[in-house]
Design a protein around this ligand. Structure first.
Ligand code: NAD
Length: 292
C-alpha cells in the first residue's frame, strides 16, 4: 500500500508555478492576480481563504482579499464582483462559500466573468468541462486528477465509483474520470444518498472517490483488494486532546481500509492540500489566457 501524499504533490505544483511566475516577472510581465471575497466570520472559511492568500504570496502571485460583514446586502456583493470583473489587473475571482442565507449563491456564481471563474463553478465553466473543452476545473477534483497523474496511477479501463454528486466535488469528478484523457478513460458509477446497492458497487470498484462528508463511512468490507481509495471528506469532530478542540476526519475508515489498498490518500495530508494547488493552477491559466 502506498500513501498518496498531498504535501509532496501540492509542493511540486507550487514549485512549478513559482518558476513560471518568476519567469513572467523576469520578462517584465505582471504576476497572476487572485481576488478573494470573504463574507462573515465562518472559522473554516477564514482558514481556507487565509491559506489561499498565503499560497499566493509563496509562489509570487498577487492577491487581494475583500472582506464583508455577514449582513452585506446582495446588491453590495454584486457591485464588488462587477468591480473585479472589470478590473484588468485581476485574473481570477473566488467567492468563498458558503454564503449567508439571504444571498442567492447560484446568482452570485453566475455573475463572475467566466474568464475569471477560477473556482470553475460558473455554468459556462461546467458546460466547457462536460464537453471536454479547455475549462476551469473545480479545484478539488482537479487536485485529485493532478495527484493521480503525479503517481502515474493507471485509470484507463478501470471502474471508478464516486460517492457524492455535489457540483463542487462528486459530479465534476465523475466527468473528469470518464473523459478520454489520461488520467481518465474510466467507466464511472456516480453514487449518492439514494443509491440502493452502494456496497455492491464499491466492491466492484478499482478506484473509489469518497466525497460525502460522513466520517469513516467507507469501511473495509466495502473495498476490494488493491483498490485505489481517494478520501475527499473533511469533517470536524470534537476532540478534547487537540488544542483546537476538534480533529479533522475523512470519509474513509483509514485504519482498516488502508491495508487492502494499492494507493490511498490520508486525511489530513491528502486531497485537502491539493485543492489550493489546483486553484493556483487555474489562476495561472486565467492570467495566461488574458496574456494570449
Ligand atoms: P455535499 O454535502 O454537497 O454532498 C454530499 C453528497 O454525498 C451528496 O451528493 C449526497 O447525495 C451524498 N451522500 C450523502 N450521504 C450518502 C450516503 N449515505 N451514501 C451515498 N452518498 C451519500 O458535500 P460536498 O461539498 O461534495 O463535500 C463532501 C465532503 O468533501 C465534505 O466532507 C467536505 O467537507 C469535503 N470537501 C473537501 C474538500 C477538500 O479540499 N478536500 C473540498 C470540498 C469538500
Amino acid at each position: 500500500m502506498q500513501i498518496l501524499d498531498g504535501k509532496i504533490v501540492s509542493q511540486s505544483v507550487k514549485d512549478q508555478l513559482k518558476i513560471k511566475t518568476d519567469f513572467l516577472k523576469a520578462e517584465g510581465k505582471k504576476p497572476p492576480h487572485l481576488a478573494a471575497i470573504l463574507i462573515g466570520n465562518n472559522g473554516a472559511s477564514e482558514t481556507y481563504v487565509a491559506s489561499k492568500v498565503k499560497t499566493c504570496n509563496e509562489i509570487g502571485f498577487k492577491s487581494t482579499l475583500m472582506r464583508f460583514e455577514e449582513s452585506i446586502a446582495e446588491q453590495e456583493l454584486i457591485a464588488a464582483i462587477e468591480q473585479l470583473n472589470s478590473d484588468a489587473d485581476v485574473d481570477g475571482i473566488l467567492v468563498q462559500l458558503p454564503l449567508p442565507e439571504h444571498i442567492d449563491e447560484q446568482k452570485i456564481i453566475s455573475l463572475i466573468h467566466p474568464d475569471k471563474d477560477v473556482d470553475g463553478f460558473h455554468p459556462v465553466s461546467v458546460g466547457r468541462l462536460v464537453q471536454g473543452l479547455p475549462a476551469f476545473i473545480p479545484a478539488t477534483p482537479y487536485g485529485i486528477m493532478l495527484m493521480l497523474e503525479h503517481y502515474k496511477i493507471a485509470t484507463t479501463g478501470k471502474h471508478a465509483v464516486v460517492i457524492g454528486r455535489s457540483n463542487i466535488v462528486g459530479r465534476p469528478m465523475s466527468i473528469l474520470l470518464s473523459q478520454n484523457t489520461n488520467p481518465g478513460n474510466c467507466t464511472v458509477t456516480l453514487c449518492h444518498s439514494r443509491t440502493g446497492n452502494l456496497k455492491e458497487l464499491c466492491l466492484q470498484a478499482d478506484i473509489i472517490v469518497a466525497a460525502l462528508g460522513k466520517p469513516g463511512f467507507l469501511t473495509a468490507d466495502m473495498v476490494k483488494e488493491n483498490a485505489v481509495v481517494i478520501d475527499v471528506g473533511i469533517t470536524r469532530v470534537p476532540d478534547a486532546s487537540k488544542k483546537s478542540g476538534f480533529a479533522i476526519k475523512g470519509d474513509v475508515d483509514f485504519e482498516h481500509v488502508a491495508p487492502k489498498c494499492s494507493y490511498i490518500t490520508p486525511v489530513p495530508g491528502g486531497v485537502g492540500l491539493m485543492t489550493i494547488g489546483a486553484l493556483m493552477m487555474n489562476t495561472y491559466n486565467a492570467a495566461q489566457q488574458k496574456n494570449r
